[in-house]
Write a new protein. Structure first.
Lengths: 497, 518
């Protein structure tokens, strides 16, 4: 699919591959028993192993490995039955051993895929996963800006945190697709409890590789040199950086004609405030990590039983859940997508509400128009949301019985949220009571008598003029149902002849 | 009762039975250290006050009728490559001068739990790299049999302190022969068990896939006693073996009758000193007389042992020693021209790097960070360590990995297979432990290749991951000990100890002590 090729604005195809690092949600680090809690005072979650002290040794955390297996299985990967650890050697102050324990030539999984479908049908893209491997995170470097390059403080709390590296094939074709795919990946990993994917806390990091395929007039294709973009701190930044970089590469290609192979792969950093990518200072020599098998660890074997156990704990991934919601509650795929994208807890809330209300469509509408909107305004999680599904279902049930209309229902919803009272208490305190037909008829007759002009307009064919009567009816008795007022008034006016 | 003359087995029995106080025992050895170590330089740190206090506590427990550990009151000298929380751990390197680990090595913790008394830390080749103990940043060790000669290495301090009666037993580590070769050159018994038999946790790594801790003592029986305490599974070392630990001391007295001992023709080829050859041949005769049978076996790839070892060990070492960069602990060069020490207002967190690789401030070779790395390592490491780090870095580099490291791994597997094949025909393989008796200090320091060849009979054991024991089998006309080596299949610790013990029941070479007046 070359959606953008040969269009006037973008006479090229953007080719994007992503490299995503996610911290696994384990209690302890990958090779020692230290806690992985974020935000503790610097260097308080460390031991000889993650400090890289002389004589210390790593021991693999099998829970971390199983969690990584879960991620790989969810990404449809092939799982290696035999995998090993390798050392990636480089010097940096937040890497206390002088090497990172990673996986080089025998990653624990490879050859997966993750599809992203735009709910509005703009695109659908199956992205191949090259490999998923497990490694340890480095510590954190804090540079003293004022003193320039001289002073750096190191926090090793993060050193040794399990990190899953997910590498995609260059299958994405637009910055929008890249962003949507990242959202889908994040949703999947959060659903499966693999990672909290919090980019602000660094538990999800993205680098992007991008170049352009530019068709020439003669049927051949020019390929621009691949650029790796780093320092993107949100999915929005990824999208913006890719948009910028594609335009920049096209301009550069027009100016220089430089093609893939004529220059080494360049690394550029995204400057978010400036909205540009900048070439990073070239290293004086290319990196040679001198990978070799980690002699302090034994290879890991994965049995069919272990895989089955991990599969058993996985739960429904978002794609399955979307379809299931749409089928179970006869809601549109779009609605299912909105609900599922909010996370597992919100889906549980929705399903409880839909079950109690016995109406998926209405429940879905209320979720999106009332619960979600209010939640977004108030902040917090759905788990902490004070109006529970039973209360919403109570309101919906009373609307269905004709006790009051939807807009009155919303007022009650707001009052329940505000006061913390039950629906019944709120209904009572607002004096809401069903208006019987006799009461309604006498009210309507009163209004018709008092509003000859409206009556004349309706008789002249302008039925919408009856709205004026509804407004007055609500003032006299807030409990009246506007639909019923309208119907009754129209009937009575007709009877007038 | 003269503690210096007693075996470790007898010392422990005497302390447990109240015939000898742990304090008197410790004091006797500390007095000996004070009297002779000025000439030997076996110790880098001595723990007299703390050790005597620990001995007093053991005596008090005995008087109170409380049970004592299996090594009650036994003084043990520990190679300075093992972490000790109460004593500096330097690996005989300026890089770690004064470094005090926050934890005890697993072996040290086991010794303490068994009520052994750690007397001090012994000198060694820097980071265990060497075969003469001349690579120590804190001075060479002198062989107690001839103070002008090297004790061997890298566990030279451990070997010399036992030979000179400064400790009844010591702990060494053996990566390519570093227990067995100095034991051979100093006339004591040194045991390198199967890889994984003893936890490496807290052993400062030289070459992780080859390193193994072991006991050094006057006899195989004393080694067996120590093994019962220091061997065993450690969940903190992923390469440690989960096999049960036999009571080695109770299995020592099985007869040698019927034992099949292999003899490798290549062990008697070029480079072997004739006096050493004669001593080793005589040991074969003794074993034969005791009922063992001698069989020729082949280790066709043994000749590639030295080049294989000198690729794998430096490759692992180049990575293991990367942590000594001056950033976190150990030696750091004084700030150079590029450094400004004033601190500013705010610190900015570096963006988390994904797949690793140096962060944004590594800079060029002239950056303050790289300058600090280079100068710290240049100042902190000695020449042999630098040589091996450079060899290993080179051999692991892109474009050389397959030709060097990967090929060495393949040869290593062939060497392992040779041993497996040989052990289908014989129970043990015997031969010399090193090609010459103790050489003069300074004799080989100008010729690294000649120095590397002192390991020619010992590296195979480490490459194959099996066990080996060395012990004296005679003396040269000049009065220097001649070492004999037995190698056994994986987890044949009992058999090795029993065979060495059987030999020592028939001979008295291991009971001879150098004349080293106080």
């Amino acid at each position: 699919m070359t959606a953008h090729a040969n269009s006037a604005a973008e006479p090229y195809t953007i080719v994007i591959g992503l490299e995503v690092h996610v911290q696994l949600q384990t209690k302890t680090k990958l090779f020692c028993g230290c806690s992985t809690t974020f935000g503790s005072p610097p260097n308080t979650q460390v031991c000889p192993t993650c400090l890289g002290l002389p004589g210390s040794l790593p021991v693999m955390n099998r829970q971390a490995f199983d969690l990584a297996l879960r991620a790989a299985l969810a990404l449809d990967c092939q799982i290696a039955r035999f995998t090993k650890w390798d050392r990636k050697n480089y010097f940096y102050p937040d890497l206390p051993k002088g090497y990172q324990i990673s996986q080089y030539d025998l990653p624990f999984s490879h050859s997966g895929q993750l599809e992203v479908v735009d709910p509005k049908g703009a695109f659908s893209r199956r992205v191949r996963i090259t490999r998923v491997h497990l490694e340890e995170d480095a510590g954190k470097s804090m540079h003293d800006e004022a003193a320039g390059t001289a002073d750096t403080r190191i926090d090793l709390n993060r050193a040794g945190t399990p990190l899953c590296e997910i590498v995609s094939e260059p299958d994405l074709r637009s910055p929008q697709e890249a962003r949507a795919w990242l959202n889908e990946l994040k949703l999947l990993l959060v659903y499966l409890g693999v990672s909290d994917c919090n980019m602000q806390e660094g538990s999800l990091r993205v680098d992007a590789n991008v170049n352009l395929h530019i068709p020439r007039g003669d049927g051949t294709v020019a390929k621009t040199p691949i650029v790796e973009i780093k320092n993107m701190n949100s999915f929005r930044s990824v999208e913006r950086a890719l948009i910028y970089e594609a335009a920049r590469q096209f301009e550069e290609w027009q100016a220089t004609g430089a093609e893939l192979g004529s220059a080494p792969k360049q690394t550029r950093g995204w400057d978010d405030p400036a909205g540009v990518t900048r070439g990073q200072r070239a290293k004086e020599e290319s990196s040679d990590y001198r990978y070799f098998p980690e002699p302090d660890l034994v290879p890991v074997t994965v049995s069919e039983e272990q895989l089955a156990a991990v599969r058993g704990e996985m739960g429904e991934p978002p794609t399955v859940l979307r379809q299931a919601l749409a089928d179970r509650w006869t809601i549109t795929p779009y609605d299912a997508d909105v609900l599922v994208n909010q996370g597992r807890d919100l889906v549980a809330y929705f399903e409880e509400l839909a079950t109690l209300a016995k109406d998926g469509k209405v429940a879905s509408n209320w979720m999106q128009q009332d619960v979600l909107r209010t939640l977004n305004e108030r902040g917090g999680t759905i788990g902490e949301f004070p109006v529970r599904p039973a209360a919403v279902a109570d309101i919906l049930g009373r609307i269905a019985l004709g006790d009051f209309d939807t807009s009155r229902g919303r007022e009650i919803f707001a009052a329940v949220l505000e006061s913390g009272k039950t629906v019944a208490d709120v209904v009572a305190s607002l004096g809401i009571a069903a208006v019987d037909d006799a009461e309604l008829e006498s009210l309507c007759r009163e209004l018709i008598a008092a509003n000859p002009k409206i009556v004349a307009d309706v008789q002249g064919g302008k039925e919408q003029a009856a709205a004026g009567l509804i407004g007055q009816a609500k003032k006299k008795n807030p409990n009246v149902n506007p639909g019923k007022v309208r119907a009754m008034c129209l009937t009575l006016i007709k009877q007038l002849g | 009762m003269q503690p210096l003359a007693l075996s470790a087995v007898d010392l422990v029995a005497a302390v447990q039975q109240g015939e000898l106080s742990a304090v008197a025992c410790a004091e006797a050895f500390f007095d000996r250290i004070a009297a002779v170590d000025g000439r030997i330089n076996a110790f880098l740190a001595v723990n007299r006050e703390a050790a005597v206090a620990q001995a007093a506590a053991i005596d008090a427990r005995r008087k109170a009728g409380k049970p004592l550990g299996p090594l009650a009151g036994l003084p043990v000298a520990v190679k300075d490559a093992l972490c000790t929380a109460d004593l500096p751990t330097t690996c005989a390197s300026k890089m770690l001068e004064g470094f005090r680990p926050p934890y005890d090595a697993d072996v040290v913790a086991r010794l303490r739990r068994a009520d052994a008394v750690i007397v001090g830390k012994t000198n060694m080749d820097e980071f265990a790299m060497g075969g003469s103990n001349e690579n120590s940043a804190f001075g060479a060790v002198h062989n107690p049999w001839d103070l002008t000669r090297a004790p061997g290495g890298s566990s030279g301090g451990s070997a010399a302190c036992v030979a000179a009666d400064m400790a009844p037993v010591a702990i060494g580590s053996d990566t390519g022969g570093s227990i067995r070769q100095p034991a051979g050159l100093c006339g004591i018994t040194g045991f390198k068990p199967t890889y994984g038999r003893i936890s490496r946790r807290g052993l400062v790594a030289f070459a992780s896939s080859l390193d193994q801790i072991g006991p050094m003592a006057r006899s195989a029986a004393d080694c067996a006693l120590l093994m019962e305490t220091i061997a065993g599974h450690d969940p903190g070392d992923a390469t440690s073996l989960a096999e049960p630990v036999p009571t080695y001391t109770s299995l020592l007295n099985e007869p040698l009758q019927g034992l099949r001992i292999g003899r490798v023709a290549e062990h008697f080829g070029a480079g072997l000193d004739p006096e050493v050859a004669a001593g080793v041949e005589a040991a074969f005769e003794t074993l034969k007389a005791a009922g063992a049978t001698i069989h020729d076996v082949e280790l066709p790839h043994a000749k590639y042992g030295i080049p294989t070892y000198y690729l794998i060990a430096p490759c692992e070492a180049s990575s293991n020693l990367a942590r000594y960069d001056g950033a976190h602990y150990g030696h750091r060069a004084e700030p150079g021209k590029g450094h400004r020490a004033e601190t500013g207002k705010g610190y900015r967190a570096e963006t988390g790097r994904g797949g690793g690789g140096a962060g944004e401030y590594v800079g060029g070779f002239d950056s303050p960070l790289v300058e600090m790395y280079c100068r710290s390592r240049a100042e902190g490491f000695g020449p042999e360590v630098k040589r091996r780090v450079m060899l290993g870095t080179y051999a692991l580099s892109a474009g050389y990995y397959d030709a060097f490291y990967a090929k060495a791994l393949r040869v290593r597997r062939l060497i392992q297979r040779d041993y497996l094949e040989a052990f289908t025909k014989v129970d043990l393989i015997a031969g010399p432990v090193s090609p010459t008796p103790a050489f003069k200090l300074g004799e080989k320091t100008g010729d690294p290749l000649a120095m590397y060849l002192v390991d020619m009979y010992t590296v195979g054991t480490n490459l194959a991951g099996i066990g080996g024991i060395s012990f004296p089998c005679g003396f040269t006309a000049g009065g220097l000990p001649i070492g004999f080596q037995l190698q056994g299949p994986a987890l044949a610790e009992s058999l090795l100890l029993r065979a060495a013990h059987g030999y020592q029941q028939l001979t008295d070479w291991h009971t001879r002590r150098p004349a080293l007046p106080a």
